[in-house]
Design a protein. Structure first.
Ligand SMILES: Nc1nc2c(ncn2[C@@H]2O[C@H](COP(=O)(O)OP(=O)(O)OP(=O)(O)O)[C@@H](O)[C@H]2O)c(=O)[nH]1
Ligand SMILES: [Mg+2]
Length: 320
């Protein structure tokens, strides 16, 4: 018998629902480097089936509670949750807390994985799509990606989904805050969570007003009220996600979005690779030499940069 590629085997095991195998693959892509590239390439072959839902919003708005309940409400046999925290290290207690909260709601059906930045946030721009690709190739669906926070990085990660859900709460601030953070443009669905608190309707009204002002053609972001701790409104939210998915497919927007996502990833990958190489160049011998000359004012910073840049573009030509 021919010996099989161990990676194929790992994918097969993960595809049959084995969580350890899936976890292993995710660890492999997280680490970057050659193995990650192989896993990514292999996953790319089978990916493209899963619906990807991004959930974002300010800290504490109830994203994890919603996400966990949503996975259950989807009725899917193999939902997956990726919880991403761009600001905290991998061992962050908040993430562990999230995990427990989500497990409570989902029973045992959803596969849950936390990811955090190691080093700089740029790594996430590559690690997240790879993780989604692996989950997708392993047959998970839907894949729900929760990002904490409303900064640029968080918003761009969440917006890389097929459907982007933005969670606000009554008193989180009015729609103006969501607008400032650029959430109005990326939201396909708004959730006003903690509807058990006063003035959830007011929050909905504010959002409606903001949406009236900046009309996007095609799909107008819908607004769903939820009380996630009670599970109220979660079915409505899932229905709305399905309605959006249908809209994406029928309008051709799904293909456009996914194309944009892949193009963005190409640029992100180049950027990450270049950043690594910039560090290498500065730290190597000729870099040190040039920097020494800058120290002694024999060379201007601009001239040194140009000199070192020429080594960046000349070495390591593209393969193939
Ligand atoms: N009153 C009320 N509390 C809620 C509701 N949903 C969630 N919470 C509570 O809000 C707190 C934060 O919920 P999480 O689901 O962890 O919120 P999160 O947005 O994931 O938080 P981070 O990941 O830390 O940003 C918890 O104490 C929840 O129990 C709700 O509908 N009503
Ligand atoms: Mg959370």
């Amino acid at each position: 018998m021919m010996s099989r590629d161990p990676l194929d085997e790992l994918f097969e095991t993960a595809g049959s629902g084995n969580r350890r195998a899936l976890g292993k693959l995710l660890t492999m892509v997280e680490k970057r480097g050659e193995t990650a590239a192989k896993v990514s390439e292999r996953a790319h072959r089978d990916a493209g089936q899963a619906r990807v839902v991004g959930v974002t919003g300010a800290p504490g708005t109830g994203k994890s509670t919603i996400t966990g309940r949503l996975a259950a409400a989807s009725g899917a046999s193999r939902p997956a949750i990726l919880a991403i925290d761009p600001s905290s290290p991998l061992t962050g207690g908040a993430i562990l807390g999230d995990r427990i909260r989500m497990d409570n709601h989902v029973g045992n059906s959803a596969f849950i994985r936390s990811m955090a930045t190691r080093g700089h946030a740029g790594g996430l721009a590559v690690a997240v799509p790879d993780a989604i690709r692996v989950l997708d190739a392993a047959g998970c669906d839907p894949i729900i990606v929760e990002t904490v926070g409303v900064g640029q990085v968080e918003v761009s990660i969440a917006a890389a989904a097929d459907t982007t859900v933005v969670v606000v709460t009554p008193g989180w601030g009015d729609a103006v805050q969501a607008n400032k953070a650029g959430l109005l443009e990326v939201a396909d669905i708004f959730v006003v969570n903690k509807a058990d608190r006063p003035d959830a309707r007011g929050a909905r009204r504010d959002l409606e007003l903001m949406l009236d002002l900046g009309h996007r053609s095609g799909w107008r972001a819908s607004i769903v009220l939820t009380t996630a701790i009670e599970g109220e409104g979660i079915d409505d939210l899932w229905t709305e996600i399905e309605r959006h998915t249908a809209h994406l497919r029928e309008s051709g927007e799904l293909i456009r979005r996914r194309c944009r996502r892949r193009r963005d990833e190409v640029a992100d990958r180049i950027e990450l690779e270049l950043r690594d190489r910039v560090h290498q160049i500065i730290q190597n011998q000729s870099g040190e030499f040039a920097l020494g000359r800058v120290d002694r004012n024999e060379l201007s910073p601009a001239a040194a940069a140009e000199l070192l840049l020429s080594t960046l573009t000349s070495d390591k030509p593209p393969e193939g």
